[in-house]
Design a protein around this ligand. Structure first.
Ligand code: GLY
Ligand code: MN
Ligand code: MN
Length: 481
């Protein structure tokens, strides 16, 4: 009887406990770009290159206003992202090789994060908050960014440290910033730091961190290669689809739509830079991106476009005839450009300076244009080539990295030949603008082509264009134009 009584009592007491539903803590993000192990390794690599008395600060980008009360989608500072994996505005990183004591813990890294806030999270999305940042981003200590002044102030009071920071972006000068409503945390933080530098007569160093990050970011780690290769594969597939979708009568923006459809379809959230889709006379404008012209029969189409996947961007250019068949002049210029690209790629050995690749490519182009009679004086080849041919890619489309090729570097080779109408040139060549841009990994055995999914040779392009692409389907287009 007594036992039954206790059993009933226990049941009664436990009912409210069982009835209480657990409130789920939904994730702050659904896909992980850079793992906690990778970013930890990168922070350790930075710490190993810092002087022992350093306090190294990595702040972040402001949210940029687009117009009135609409903002651009947020883009985190690339170095802070590389070192933390966080996309959140208002996330700052402090590295201290000697270790600093905060809240009774001695740590070499502190992540300052936006505090969780139901109002912000209801309007703009969920935040990590300090506890989850420690668990999910793998930092030794995360605290609310509202404590930045208190924590950094104390460290400065100790007079034991020297501040290292990345150069501050223009216009983020504190309370008098152009539009503080959109950048309160970053402007306040920079304003605070500048006041401290003046009042405490500090001479912070803003050269060392860019130097360290340039070295580290220039050589891609296996985890970055996984993400970057995916960006490249998505981009090259998009080029193939756009090429197969092209036909005279379409508008440039319709090919842009095909490209960006393929990006989103494959999980790439943004183009890595504004898509360049130039036809006819627009093929000779290097960064044309209004993309509004109607494509005509006989035009060349130049597409320089690539996806950004998990913060990493490819950079690919393909040029093809709108109607799928090169004219003899288009073919001659295209094949010269391809020959220049292949020559530059063959010259890309470990230890070669990247700018040497431009010299190699331009020599091939100058010789070819002389042979074709398009160039009267060899030294004037720059009138047709207009730009250098190699740059790193990665977290930025023009990524950070050194000039001398090292194993693990990833860069583009992108020779171009641009023929504008002019009295010196036979009209049959006018408005042939060709650029071929591919992405390469430097290995001990030479350069490895990473963007070969998009056809490169004249015969491969013509063969690919005999098939239809997704942009030819009527689905989703309004009737009429
Ligand atoms: N898409 C810019 C460049 O090729 O450098
Ligand atoms: Mn490029
Ligand atoms: Mn490009």
């Amino acid at each position: 009887m007594k036992r039954l009584f206790f059993l009933l009592l226990a049941l009664l007491v436990s009912i409210p406990v069982f009835a209480q539903p657990t409130i789920p803590d939904y994730p702050a993000r659904y896909d992980v770009g850079l793992s906690a192990a990778f970013t930890k390794n990168r922070r350790e690599a930075v710490i190993a290159k810092l002087p022992p008395d350093a306090l190294a600060l990595f702040l972040n980008n402001p949210l940029r206003n687009r117009s009135n009360d609409t903002d651009f989608e947020y883009q985190p500072d690339r170095n802070t992202y590389y070192l933390t994996g966080s996309h959140e505005e208002g996330t700052f990183l402090l590295l201290a090789p000697a270790g600093v004591e905060v809240d009774g813990k001695t740590v070499k890294e502190i992540l300052f994060v936006p505090p969780r806030n139901p109002q912000t999270e209801t309007w703009n999305g969920r935040l990590f908050g300090a506890d989850r940042a420690i668990k999910e981003l793998g930092v030794a200590l995360a605290i609310d960014n509202t404590r930045f002044e208190e924590v950094v102030g104390k460290l400065l009071d100790s007079n034991k440290f020297k501040i290292y920071h990345m150069p501050f972006q223009d216009g983020l000068e504190g309370a008098d910033a152009p539009n503080p409503r959109w950048m309160p945390i970053i402007t306040k933080t920079i304003g605070y730091l500048k006041t401290q530098f003046t009042e405490r007569k500090l001479a912070p160093n803003r050269d060392l961190l860019p130097q360290i990050l340039r070295e580290l970011r220039g050589v891609k780690q296996p985890e970055e290669m996984r993400v970057l290769q995916k960006a490249i594969d998505i981009s090259a597939t998009a080029h193939l689809e756009a090429m197969q979708s092209a036909e005279p009568g379409m508008f440039e923006y319709q090919l842009e739509a095909v490209l960006e459809y393929v990006y989103q379809l494959n999980g790439a959230a943004f183009p890595g830079y504004p898509s360049i889709v130039g036809s006819g006379e627009n093929t000779t404008i290097l960064h044309y991106n209004t993309n509004r012209r109607q494509i005509k029969d006989g035009d060349m189409v130049l597409i320089d476009a690539a996806a950004e996947y998990m913060g990493y961007t490819a950079d690919i250019t393909r040029t093809f005839p709108a109607n799928g068949k090169f004219t003899p002049e288009q073919k001659a210029i295209y094949e010269l450009c391809l020959k220049a690209q292949n020559a530059a790629a063959d010259a890309g050995k470990i230890g070669t300076p990247l700018n040497q690749l431009s010299i190699v490519a331009h020599n091939v182009i100058a010789d070819g244009l002389m042979e074709m009679g398009l160039l009267k004086e060899r030294s004037k080849f720059r009138n047709f080539t207009l730009h250098g041919v190699a740059h790193h890619i990665g977290l930025d489309v023009h990524d950070w990295g050194g000039n001398k090729i090292e194993e693990g570097m990833v860069f583009t080779i992108e020779p171009g030949i641009y023929i504008k109408p002019s009295e010196e040139v036979d009209p049959k060549w006018w408005n042939i603008g060709v650029r071929i841009e591919d992405d390469y990994l430097a290995t001990k055995d030479g350069l490895k082509l990473l963007s070969g999914i998009a056809p490169r040779s004249v015969s491969d392009i013509e063969a690919a264009m005999r098939k239809k692409g997704i942009g030819n389907l009527p689905n989703g287009r309004l009737s009429g134009k």
